[in-house]
Design a protein around this ligand. Structure first.
Ligand SMILES: Nc1ncnc2c1ncn2[C@@H]1O[C@H](COP(=O)(O)OP(=O)(O)OP(=O)(O)O)[C@@H](O)[C@H]1O
Ligand SMILES: [Mg+2]
Length: 224
């Protein structure tokens, strides 16, 4: 089976305050099959979040990153944003919920940008909230939620447009075992329903055990 995601010699360097160059990712190469669910594990600071950001074109990188034929790191910022909106559901480690929007408004926002009929988005959003045990919180604001609840809103927002790729950065980091299992169930269902390809950064061995494969990172490199 052809790989849907191909990374070849991907390197990310930064120059904080225009000082010394720091290499965060070093010649990372690996392939992911269509509908595969991959866990990325490794110590804090090993480059896991940076890898997800590079794969979704959120940060510049060298080397080749190709997702279903799209050379993600060769797109302009505008092209990358349009491609992401259609194809990528990203669960950020820091949630990035909009504090002036309610839970339901946060979830439906990507759908309205992606020009999906409002009624469909709303229906999906309510369904996701229900699954994630958050139906009664739809009209709350983020600062009225616990960390685990914010995390579940961020996950629902990432799933609302049924993206082909889901990149989830520590999606269960703030959750108890039961809620963590619900999240993983929901992600696995996205593969079953329409074949999404999913990458989950996690420190949790029980989350990793439910993925097809585990990729380990250390010092900005992959050792599988
Ligand atoms: N914009 C940046 N400027 C300078 N250094 C950065 C930048 N972004 C990340 N780094 C550094 O790159 C390394 C990898 O960061 P990254 O966030 O990818 O790690 P991580 O594996 O996700 O860690 P954690 O498990 O703690 O989330 C860290 O040492 C971090 O300090
Ligand atoms: Mg991280």
């Amino acid at each position: 089976m052809a790989s849907i995601i191909q990374l070849k010699d991907v390197t990310v360097t930064v120059r904080p305050n225009n000082g010394h160059r720091i290499t965060i990712l070093k010649n990372v190469s690996f392939d992911i099959d269509r509908s595969e669910i991959v866990a990325v594990m490794g110590p804090s600071g090993s480059g896991k979040s940076t890898l997800l950001h590079a794969m979704s074109g959120l940060i510049p990188s060298e080397g080749d990153i190709e997702l279903d034929g799209i050379k993600v790191n060769k797109l302009s910022r505008t092209q990358a944003a349009a491609w992401r909106l259609k194809n990528v559901g990203f669960v950020f480690q820091a949630f990035y919920l909009q504090s002036y929007l309610t839970v339901i408004q946060n979830i439906i926002t990507p759908g309205s940008f992606a020009s999906i009929p409002k009624q469909d988005v709303m229906q999906r959003a309510m369904g996701l909230l229900e699954r994630l045990g958050m139906s009664d919180k739809a009209e709350r604001y983020p600062d009225e939620l616990s960390g685990g609840e914010m995390q579940r809103v961020a996950i629902a927002r990432a799933m609302v447009c049924t993206p082909m790729y889901v990149f989830a950065d520590e999606p269960t980091g703030n959750l108890d075992a039961t809620n963590a299992a619900h999240i993983i169930d929901s992600l696995l269902e996205m593969r079953k329903l329409y074949g999404a390809t999913i990458i989950i950064v996690t420190h949790s061995p029980s989350v990793a055990s439910r993925c097809d494969r585990v990729v380990y990172m250390k010092d900005g490199a992959i050792y599988e």
